[in-house]
Design a protein around this ligand. Structure first.
Ligand code: OSB
Ligand code: MG
Length: 342
């Protein structure tokens, strides 16, 4: 694995001493989360964010720590652009809430990603809700580019049906309709045989895969969704995109403005950026660690550093038992990174 630290991580005790754990309340529930718990780490190059979801074990979370340490100790590769085009993200909300979500994005919205296939409902009902949600977005934004994210929520048969129905909303791509790489390839093939040119994007098949390049090798997707943290940092994510040879869209992992800044650095360093990136999720939160949140205006996210506000870090600070839990996570992940050293 590419190791930007060249075998020498910053000392663990320094990392722990420079870590702040915060609670960020969500405006709307997203991926089942109403309160986002995340750790911010300050190093000589700036701030990094360590935000693996609570259920992630160290084997998965270690890459997220590598990303945070890279941001805080090494900084970012040179940017190729000064701002990054974004999509607005609409969680799986009822149609009546769509206007409110869209209103939380500042200025014009040109591209929207809509979450579909929310777990917990029978397929037909969930598809009817997805159609209603997309129709509502289309009603408010007749000219926007729309895309969907199913987060592996469909079987192959369901995906064929759902994508055929949802193609009526003129989508630019569908993110991770099914779970497996083979499934993505099959769904894509079925669509093509039916004369449907809807593009397929791989997300979980890249960020949760042992081999993130398998999707590209098997021709299972038309584009990749990439996230800096689960891929082990900006430099490693860039090398994966280069090796894959597919267009890429950078997306958030529901971080504060600090983690969004890392995503922006990744997006800004990509030679090609054909779609809006999913880095607008700060707008789905009601609090942030800075009074100057890294949000897009008119769909463009400016590339700038983010400095958490000490008063906000204090106000949003997680209780002591949660801090102890995150120190534990960091220790476990750090040990794994040490053993993964080349
Ligand atoms: O891509 C976006 O528009 C927002 C980010 C997003 O959807 C997301 C955020 C956290 C975890 C997973 C995902 C995902 O893309 O599946
Ligand atoms: Mg996704």
């Amino acid at each position: 694995m590419l190791d930007p630290f060249d075998g020498s991580l910053p000392p663990l005790e320094t990392v722990l001493a420079q870590t702040r754990v915060v609670h960020l309340p969500m405006r709307v529930k997203f991926r089942g989360v109403t309160l986002r718990e995340t750790a911010l780490i300050q190093g000589p190059a700036g701030w990094g964010e360590f935000a693996p979801f609570l259920e992630y074990e160290p084997d998965e979370a270690a890459a997220w720590l590598a990303c945070a340490l890279e941001a805080a100790w090494l900084g970012y590769p040179a940017p190729l652009r000064e701002s990054v085009p974004l999509n607005a993200t609409v969680p799986a909300v009822p149609p009546a809430q769509v206007a409110g979500v869209l209103a939380s994005y500042r200025g014009e919205v040109h591209e929207v990603k809509v979450k579909v296939a929310e777990p917990g409902l029978p397929f037909a009902e969930s598809l009817a809700q997805d159609c209603a949600r997309l129709a509502e977005v289309r009603k408010h934004l007749p000219d926007a580019r729309l895309k969907i994210d199913a987060n592996m929520g469909w079987s192959e048969d369901q995906a064929g049906q759902a994508l055929t129905a949802l193609s009526d909303y003129d989508l630019i791509y569908a993110e991770q309709p099914v779970e497996t790489v083979e499934g993505l390839a099959k769904v894509r093939e079925v669509l093509r045989s039916a004369g449907n040119s809807l593009l397929i994007a791989a997300d979980e098949s890249v960020r949760k895969a042992e081999d993130p390049l398998r999707v590209a090798r098997l021709g299972a997707a038309d584009l990749l969704i990439i996230k800096a943290a689960p891929l082990g940092g900006v430099r490693r994510a860039l090398s994966i995109v280069e090796a894959a040879g597919l267009p890429a869209v950078v997306s958030s992992a529901l971080e504060s403005s600090v983690g969004i800044r890392t995503g922006a650095a990744l997006a800004a360093a990509l030679p090609d950026l054909p779609y809006g990136c999913g880095l607008g999720t700060v707008s789905l939160m009601s609090k942030d660690v800075t009074s100057n949140p890294l949000v897009a205006v008119d769909g463009q996210l400016p590339l700038r550093d983010v400095e958490p506000d000490p008063a906000l870090l204090q106000e949003l600070a997680a209780p002591a038992d949660r801090v102890a839990h995150w120190h534990h996570r960091i220790r476990d992940c750090y040990r794994l990174l040490e053993t993964q050293k080349p």
